[in-house]
Ligand binder design. Structure first.
Ligand SMILES: [Zn+2]
Length: 788
């Protein structure tokens, strides 16, 4: 119910921009409609009423009809912004004098006038800057020649960069070059009460105690803690850093400034309720968020904290893990939990708990080296859709610049213009209320340039053009996985992940092999060959099939292939692959049918990409030991079912990566090739295998003369002139196919392959004409009685 009223109100606010009477009905409590975001009941727990933020701004604008003067007075003050009666979700027109005219309001152009007459009130507000030189006083007691990366000069360099760009009115160093320079926001000491909104009393007492310690005690203390140093002024600097963040966020949230940047240190996002770590003592951003919520009530209920520091902000995540009104989104290097701060907390499956479930979004990069294309992709695919759906009242950026190009600790390549674009996107949220608070970032030049780009964007300058926008494969994989996980919580996230993993029983490749087995038996009487060796049998049960004449005196075709290709069109919304929308491309059966029709024997070996041990709905990578297992199986088959028998000619056909087994067999068994009359291989994406040996120099010559190797026209092997003109003979007789996929190639070249094999088989026949009658041409279905 509450959510519905919320939607109505949002619709109502849109009224003045809409040339039609419809929106007015919504203000009257008319037709409920759904507008993206703000409608999740979990965002409005019983303690707080529904969001009424938007009409408040309309009302405020009407009450203060002379901006910018009205805004300079402090804009939305907490009491004005939330009329008490709105907590109940009821619209009380007494709190909205001007709303009356809207309601009476057939004359909507009156309302339009109210919003357009006074120009651009928000644009004319200055952006804010918080900087205090005293935050440089936290430094190492006895600096060594190696300057600590959390260098006090960090904030000074950023400040100087902003001055040099003419954005600051600083009597000591620079006159502004812009008409509306940054408005200075004074840092102040945060109070113990404020800090206690996030940290334990013991933690506060501990940090405070450092101010009275001797230098030696401070150095000793450093050794007992995780990545932190102290001096006598650490506590003082930390209070100012938190206070600076608070004042900056308050100034933005109450519209004293349009938006702001806080150039503060020591940083805070690693600090947990009860511990200092990673250069952080108090969690600046978390304390500021809590203070804003407490002081501003409903007008600042929902806060997005966006953390683009290269490290995961474990402290922020912990502070708000079960809080439905703080959405924490972090982009960070994760590297399987090995990158600082380490552990599993930064992984993508940490999505919040209790009422805060779904309000924690981790985008964990698998490695360093990420760049603009990756960050923009994550912003466009995940960050912005979720942020818009959450619809915050305030955006706080935990702004480490250690993913910046040039930062050795971070090892990433985010350029200043990418930071500008991310800022620009965030400015579309919360009516532009964005407070950027410095966190990490250790290359003085990189952080200065990045902070300058962010600040210019906040002030209204369009971001510079981006030079690289293509995401890396690892970014696409990461983002895709995050979307799947977050799709449970956000209606804007598609496709949805499959639910209920326990339901999934049979892996499709097992189902398909069982089907193939049945078909090959019914049509050609192929049956399973028993694989005796235990190490192999488990993996290849049902994977090796043979015609009844496999041991007799006739040509034998041994096929090693990958499982057949499947084409599926997942449902665009649910992401479900459904049976009626999946197809199998089993071109192999044509080859088997042809061979059987010719009276040849066939051994058909399917090499699964993953061996099913127990049912699970989990995604599985191709197994690393597959090539070794394939080679082992090939050797076993050769020794037990091929070499000892009477086949007149032997042909190998290798399709896809399964050919690996054949190639290694030829290389590793000295005389094997003398029994083989031809090798045909199809290669689409896997490497083209060389068949060569140091001990048998003639092997590659033999291979060249006795093979057909069809390679996809798109394969990298064709990128070198040598391979196009005169490829090395160790790759066999290379043929560039006009097709690209394995199935396409198999279909396209089958007549060529049949002819080639026939010619070679017939050659041999000519030499031993008397053996010909012994070849048994079976019409498979008649060869053996069907089982009952
Ligand atoms: Zn960092």
């Amino acid at each position: 119910m509450a959510a519905q009223e919320d939607e109505d109100t949002v619709m109502g606010e849109a009224g003045p921009h809409n040339p039609g009477p419809a929106p007015l009905q919504h203000l009257n409590g008319g037709t409920p409609g759904h507008i993206n975001g703000g409608s999740d009941p979990s965002l409005a727990p019983p303690l707080m009423g529904p969001s009424m933020k938007l009409p408040v701004q309309t009302a405020t604008a009407m009450q203060n009809p002379q901006p910018p003067a009205g805004v300079d007075n402090g804009g939305v003050s907490p009491t004005k912004s939330l009329p008490k009666s709105l907590d109940s979700g009821e619209l009380n027109t007494d709190d909205y004098p001007k709303t009356d005219s809207l309601e009476e309001g057939s004359d909507w152009s009156d309302t339009e006038g109210a919003n357009t007459t006074w120009g651009l009130p928000l644009t004319q507000l200055p952006s804010g800057l918080c900087y205090d030189v005293q935050m440089r006083y936290h430094c190492e007691v006895r600096p060594t020649t190696d300057v600590h990366p959390e260098d006090p000069r960090r904030i000074y360099y950023i400040f100087k960069e902003l001055c040099r760009a003419g954005l600051v009115d600083d009597p000591e160093s620079s006159r502004p070059l812009v008409t509306r320079p940054l408005q200075r926001i004074s840092a102040r000491n945060a109070t113990e009460e404020e800090i206690s909104l996030v940290h334990t009393p013991d933690h506060y007492a501990f940090v405070e105690s450092t101010k009275d310690m001797s230098d030696d005690e401070l150095i000793d203390l450093e050794r007992t803690r995780d990545s932190i140093y102290f001096n006598k002024l650490t506590f003082a600097s930390s209070l100012l850093s938190v206070g600076g963040a608070i004042e900056t966020c308050l100034a933005v949230a109450t519209r004293k400034v349009k938006n702001a940047i806080a150039v503060i240190r020591p940083p805070g996002h690693h600090a947990e309720d009860d511990k200092t770590m990673g250069f952080c003592l108090f969690n600046n951003v978390s304390v500021a968020a809590r203070v804003c919520q407490r002081q501003l009530g409903e007008s600042c209920r929902k806060i997005l904290i966006l953390d683009w520091d290269v490290h995961h902000g474990n402290g922020i995540q912990k502070a708000f893990y079960d809080n439905p009104n703080i959405l924490y989104i972090s982009l960070h290097v994760y590297n399987d939990g090995k990158y600082y701060p380490g552990g599993v907390e930064g992984d993508w499956d940490h999505c919040g708990a209790g009422a805060g479930l779904g309000r924690n979004v981790n985008i964990p990069w698998p490695s360093q080296g990420m760049g603009d294309g990756d960050y923009m992709y994550a912003f466009q695919q995940v960050v912005m859709p979720i942020a818009q759906e959450f619809n915050p009242d305030l955006v706080i950026v935990a702004s480490g610049f250690d993913a910046a190009a040039g930062d050795e600790l971070g090892g990433c390549f985010v350029t200043p213009s990418c930071y500008a674009h991310m800022t620009h996107l965030l400015m579309t949220l919360a009516n532009g209320k964005v407070a950027v608070c410095l966190e990490g970032g250790y290359n003085l030049r990189s952080i200065s340039k990045s902070a300058l780009a962010v600040t210019k964007t906040l002030m209204g300058e369009p971001p510079d053009r981006l030079h690289s926008t293509a995401p890396s494969i690892s970014a696409i994989e990461t983002v895709r996985r995050v979307i799947m996980i977050q799709s449970r919580f956000w209606s804007s996230m598609y496709p949805k992940a499959p639910q209920d993993e326990g339901l999934w029983t049979d892996r499709l490749h097992d189902v398909i092999r069982a089907y193939q087995t049945k078909q090959l038996y019914e049509n050609y009487k192929l049956t399973s060959l028993y694989i005796y060796r235990t190490a192999i049998s488990k993996s290849f049960e049902n994977q090796v099939l043979a015609t009844p004449n496999y041991y007799q005196r006739n040509p034998l075709l041994v096929i090693f292939h990958d499982p057949p290709e499947i084409k599926g069109l997942p449902h665009p919304i649910t992401n479900k692959l459904e049976a009626h929308n999946c197809w199998l491309a089993d071109a192999m059966k044509d080859y088997i049918g042809w061979a059987v029709g010719k009276g040849y024997a066939v051994i058909d070996v399917n090499i699964p990409k993953h061996v099913t041990l127990e049912p699970s709905g989990k995604y599985e990578e191709e197994e690393d030991n597959r090539p070794t297992a394939t080679e082992e199986l090939a050797g076993y088959l050769w020794d037990n079912y091929i070499e000892p028998n009477d086949a007149t000619e032997i042909f190998f056909l290798g399709i896809g990566n399964a050919f690996y087994g054949v190639a290694n067999l030829l290389i590793n068994r000295d005389t094997l090739y003398k029994r083989v009359n031809g090798v045909v291989s199809f290669v689409a994406e896997n490497p083209v295998r060389a068949v060569a040996s140091h001990t048998q120099v003639w092997l590659s010559r033999w291979y060249k003369d006795n093979s057909l190797v069809f390679v996809s026209h798109a394969h990298g092997v064709w990128n070198t002139d040598d391979n196009r003109r005169k490829p090395s003979k160790r790759y066999g007789h290379l043929i560039q196919s006009s097709k690209s996929g394995l199935s396409e190639m198999l279909v396209n070249h089958k007549d060529e392959v049949f002819r080639w094999i026939e010619e070679r088989a017939d050659d041999q026949e000519g030499e031993s004409e008397e053996e010909k009658p012994r070849r048994t041409t079976i019409k498979a279905a008649e060869a053996f009685p069907k089982p009952n």
